[in-house]
Design a protein. Structure first.
Length: 202
């Protein structure tokens, strides 16, 4: 396995929530379609925006995700590991209106059972969490959470969304773990040979 594309810095503290879901989706689309132009049309971003998104994602993950070539972009091994996980997560999420902030807020609320508990767990303010959940509900056109007396309860739509988000989070975390494991695996030795005046990599 030739892994010369990897940036050798380790990323033990990969933070899922610091990533941008749309950027991850763009990366997976480039792997699928082979060019930024085709991916831009698919995710409704400009080519410039996708180029910047991939650069930011590479910096966050500490890896190169693509070989840049005149005829298109070829995925590196980290991209090939991560793309299927992102695709699976996006299928679970099922909406372009979901952001990492909204997904995090809903899952934190489901885990803690209250906005106060979610705020303590995430170190985010209650108003920001409430706003994220409300925005998600409005974007999906479904009531996800309702107040019953002094307690909060998830609606059926809310429970389905929480289950989908948990599966999506698991897929994304698995992909990040695989990329991190790859960073920690020593690359195979690169052997240079000369044949008919040309340098070859074996």
């Amino acid at each position: 396995m030739l892994a010369t594309s990897l940036v050798l810095a380790k990323t033990h503290d990969m933070d899922l929530w610091a990533l941008n879901l749309r950027h991850l989706d763009a990366m997976a689309r480039i792997v699928e379609l082979g060019t930024i132009n085709a991916a831009a049309r698919k995710v409704n971003l400009t080519q410039s925006a996708i180029t910047q998104a991939i650069a930011r994602l590479e910096a966050q993950l500490g890896v190169s995700l693509f070989y840049r070539k005149a005829q298109g972009m070829s995925p590196t091994e980290p991209a090939l590991l991560l793309a299927p996980r992102v695709e699976a997560a996006m299928r679970q999420i099922g909406s372009t209106h979901v952001t990492m902030a909204r997904m995090r807020a809903l899952l934190a609320l489901a885990d803690a059972g209250s906005y106060a508990g979610a705020a303590e767990a995430t170190k985010l303010s209650m108003p920001s969490l409430h706003r994220a959940v409300t925005d998600l509900s409005l974007a999906s056109r479904r009531k996800l959470v309702e107040r019953r007396g002094r307690t909060l309860a998830f609606t059926e739509a809310g429970l389905r969304t929480v289950r989908a988000f948990r599966l999506a989070r698991a897929d994304l975390l698995a992909g990040l773990s695989e990329v991190e494991a790859l960073l920690e695996t020593p690359a195979d030795p690169v052997v240079l040979t000369q044949e008919q005046g040309r340098t070859q990599v074996l």
